[in-house]
Design a binder for this molecule. Structure first.
Ligand SMILES: [Zn+2]
Length: 322
């Protein structure tokens, strides 16, 4: 439990929560009660029923989805979650000295221009600099789906956090498990790594480098996502839809019986052909035909057959991403 330093209300907070948002007055604050001002949000543009419609439209168009999916799906849970993300602007300037790889060519073949009898590789001193501005994004809760953690946030559409707006949609605003200091430190390291990648594209060995890495504006942005669960037949399927853009971040959906039957059939055919080729390659039928090619293509066809069989037989739901 925690007590709000601004409205005195008690509210739920776990030991890992480092920057809290009071569910009663909406004030972002450190665990010591210091107000955090750089608190933003992305507003909701798709309400619950719009998000549901968008999702059903999308899943209905997926390969193998049952034709009556949109008509028969029933939503059993619809929750709006505001996920916290830290977004830092980082200005980085790096100067480096090192060695790049180069080559000298000798004795061109008379008949083959561009082909040489001898090539000497050597290291050549190189230096340079990179100036870059980065926007580093860090998801601020550990218990977050990977797809939700990585989907592109429209950071330019951010507005100051509005408690009233979150309440209007009955949104659940999650505390941040990352402090501002940790977010800044992460942004610095990430920018350094990105600069390193630029440098290592130019040289194979770095002798010296100097980095000026300035972590600037660092905001906490709450991003609204509809977490939806729907029932189709006897199973339930989960999906996440961006409440700002209607983007289907991830969605699970059933495969139709016809799709699964077709997958099983083509799986069996491929397995048969692939197995036949393997048999020929290994001389099971008395003679050895196309030894190497037969093993490769037979093996690949059999593998593809097994994958299709698995997709057809398994009752597991399908998951697709945009
Ligand atoms: Zn409060």
């Amino acid at each position: 439990m925690a007590r709000c330093a601004f409205c005195d209300a008690d509210f739920e907070a776990g030991p890992g929560d480092l920057l809290l948002v009071c569910p009663y007055c909406g004030t972002a604050q450190t665990v010591k009660g210091a107000k955090f001002k750089d608190h933003y949000m992305i507003r909701v543009h798709f309400d619950q029923s719009e998000a549901q419609t968008t999702l059903l439209d999308w899943v209905s168009k997926q390969l193998g989805a049952p034709e009556d999916l949109a008509a028969r799906a029933r939503f059993v849970k619809s929750e709006l979650v505001f996920y916290p993300f830290w977004v830092s602007r980082v200005d980085a300037h790096s100067r480096y000295k090192g060695f790049g790889r180069d080559a000298r060519f000798y004795d061109e073949w008379p008949q083959r221009p561009g082909a040489y009898k001898r090539i000497d590789f050597f290291l050549k001193p190189e230096s340079g600099e990179f100036t870059r501005r980065y926007e580093i994004v860090l998801p601020a809760v550990k218990d977050i789906d990977e797809d939700v953690a990585n989907f592109p946030i429209p950071t330019r559409a951010k507005e100051y956090f509005s408690h009233a707006h979150a309440e209007e949609f009955d949104g659940k605003v999650l505390h941040s498990q990352v402090s501002e200091e940790q977010a800044r430190e992460f942004a610095r390291k990430r920018a350094f790594d990105l600069q390193t990648a630029l440098i290592m594209d130019e040289v194979v060995q770095v002798d010296s480098r100097h980095d000026d890495i300035d972590v600037g504006e660092t905001h906490l942005i709450h991003v609204p996502v509809w977490e939806l669960t729907y029932r189709y037949g006897n199973s339930k399927y989960r999906a996440s839809v961006s409440a700002a853009t209607g983007y289907v971040i991830e969605a699970k959906y059933p495969r139709s019986v016809t799709f699964r039957a077709a997958a099983i059939l083509s799986g069996l055919v491929l397995l048969g052909v692939g197995g036949g080729l393997l048999g020929l390659a290994f001389g099971v039928f008395g003679t050895t035909l196309f030894p190497a090619g037969g093993v490769v293509s037979g093996g690949m066809l059999s593998l593809l057959g097994l994958v299709l069989l698995y997709k057809g037989v398994s009752r597991k739901e399908a998951k697709e991403q945009l």
